[in-house]
Design a binder for this molecule. Structure first.
Ligand code: NAD
Ligand code: USQ
Length: 447
């Protein structure tokens, strides 16, 4: 159905704008596309760093400023990334960008992406939807007026579908109703104001393709885990962010940090809630596949971008078992679910189109879990264990005490007595010193 992708095969060099380049996935993707020989322009308003300050959260792995990162990338590889700070909600700036660069493609990561953040209260729900919808609309109009042949690659989410009691198709479903048949957008039931923003974007993009002949790929991505790609692993200064806290941290990344610190893995509710997951190495590969196999004129296509599906409980068990292989005990606890979501349901989502294009998945194994835990061990002094204990946003009541707090400066980095304990799989005897008596008690059980 699609031309098959051969990794390493020469493709024509493209000019691509990566929107959201300062983020977890945007940075790793920009490096991947740059090292594949494409010309990359990187856009970000750095608003995520501001949201972190508001929430009192921070990336587990320290990340350099954008100018430092692109300078280092140039020095190490000779590849130039054209970094331009810009807010996508600034329509004039977006128009000028598209008009001047005339890119072959846009890769759009630049949105507020946390479901809990969108559920804190009315201002956060509004901020999420205004930021995400207005930014995307600005892009669509700029493309219509100045670059209608540019391929928009938009990061959507598997969460747009929700958890229906039927198989999930890739974007569209053929429906027969009262003897007539049509191929229609798959019925969607998102689970947060954030996930709804992605669905609203999808509708806007699909509409723009239909009426203006734009071309777009909507990557309905599952939950991403991991932190290393070949490019970010090249130098500590090229690290991409890694969120583990209760607002920004995604579930497997959180479980790995909890396991590394010997804290219980926090399964919300029964843990039967099932999602699609993928390794960050597959995220960057999928975007490249979409870039190098563009949508046709007027085409709006959806690729379900994940490689495996797991229940939350199964994920927790995988992390526990990976630790048990090293003789370490990890507890799993079930907390009252702060979200409104089905905890036991049917889930079978198709994800064939990217495989047809040549995706070679990295499946979740013990090695990945251990490698993430290794990262945690290196940066344990930056962990705030409180972030790992309880959720702090409830779908029914909004942000609960603790969602906003001052960020404790990592001055403690220099003071070993303030560090959380790491339960090391390599040399259990050489754990980092204890933080205090309360923390001592909490982690002692895991040895
Ligand atoms: P992130 O928060 O790490 O990065 C998003 C970046 O976009 C940030 O650097 C932020 O400053 C920037 N940004 C936000 N609004 C902007 C605006 N108006 N103008 C300019 N820059 C803006 O998020 P991420 O985890 O890298 O996710 C990237 C995208 O992938 C998001 O759209 C998200 O919905 C989607 N996605 C992520 C995951 C995941 O597990 N991380 C899974 C599925 C889909
Ligand atoms: N969960 C737990 N314990 C935790 C954290 C989460 O049980 O400590 C559960 C949640 O209840 C949920 C599941 O894990 O059922 C996934 O939660 P998550 O926070 O990892 O992921 P989610 O909120 O869905 O959002 C993340 C990204 C978002 C992306 C989405 C893909 O933050 O940007 O769109 O994954 S998807 O889930 O496919 O929609």
């Amino acid at each position: 159905m699609f031309p098959r992708y051969h990794p390493g095969a020469p493709v024509s060099k493209k000019t691509v704008i990566v929107l959201g380049i300062d983020g977890y996935l945007g940075w790793a993707t920009a490096l991947h596309l740059s090292s594949a020989g494409h010309d990359v322009v990187g856009i970000d308003s750095l608003v995520r760093r501001r949201w972190d300050r508001e929430c009192g959260t921070q990336s587990l792995i320290p990340i350099k400023t954008m100018p430092q990162r692109v300078t280092l990338w140039r020095r190490l590889t000779g590849h130039r990334i054209d970094w331009r700070p810009m807010d996508l909600c600034d329509a004039r700036a977006v128009t000028e960008l598209i008009r001047d660069v005339q890119p072959d493609a846009l890769v759009h990561f630049a949105e507020q992406r946390s479901a809990p953040f969108s559920m804190i209260d009315l201002p956060h729900a509004t901020l999420t939807q205004v930021n995400n919808l207005v930014g995307t609309l600005n892009l669509l109009f700029a493309l219509r007026d100045h670059a209608p042949k540019t391929h928009l690659i938009k990061l959507g989410t598997m969460g747009e579908y929700g958890t229906p009691n039927i198989d999930i198709e890739e974007g569209f479903l053929t429906i027969t109703h009262n003897g007539r048949q049509d191929r229609l957008p798959f019925p969607m039931q998102p689970g947060s104001f954030y996930h709804l923003s992605k669905l609203h974007d999808s509708h806007n993009i699909q509409f723009a393709c239909r009426i203006w002949g734009l071309r777009a790929t909507d990557l309905h991505q599952g939950v991403v885990y991991g932190n290393h790609t070949d490019d970010v692993a090249m130098d500590a200064g090229l690290s991409t962010r890694f969120d583990y806290d209760a607002i920004w941290g995604t579930v497997l990344n959180r479980f790995c940090v909890q396991a590394a610190l010997g804290l219980p893995l926090t399964v919300y509710g029964k843990g039967g809630q099932t999602r699609g997951f993928l390794d960050i190495r597959d995220t960057v590969a999928c975007v490249r596949l979409a870039l190098e196999n563009p949508a046709g004129e007027g085409e709006y296509r959806v690729f379900n971008q994940f490689t495996e599906q797991f229940s939350v409980k199964t994920l927790a068990e995988k992390v526990r078992d990976a630790r048990a292989a090293h003789g370490l005990t990890t507890n799993i606890i079930h907390l009252p679910n702060p979200r409104v979501e089905r905890e036991e349901h049917y889930y079978n989502a198709k994800h064939q189109k990217l495989l047809d294009l040549g995706l070679q998945p990295h499946y979740l194994g013990d090695t990945l879990i251990e490698s993430v835990i290794d990262i945690v061990e290196r940066h344990a002094s930056r962990v705030d264990p409180v972030e790992l204990e309880q959720p702090n946003v409830d779908w029914r009541r909004g942000g609960t005490a603790g969602w906003r707090k001052p960020l404790k400066k990592a001055a403690a980095d220099r003071d070993a007595s303030h560090r959380p304990v790491v339960v090391s799989s390599k040399s259990p005897a050489s754990t980092i010193p204890l933080r205090g008596t309360e923390k001592e008690r909490r982690v002692a059980q895991t040895r």
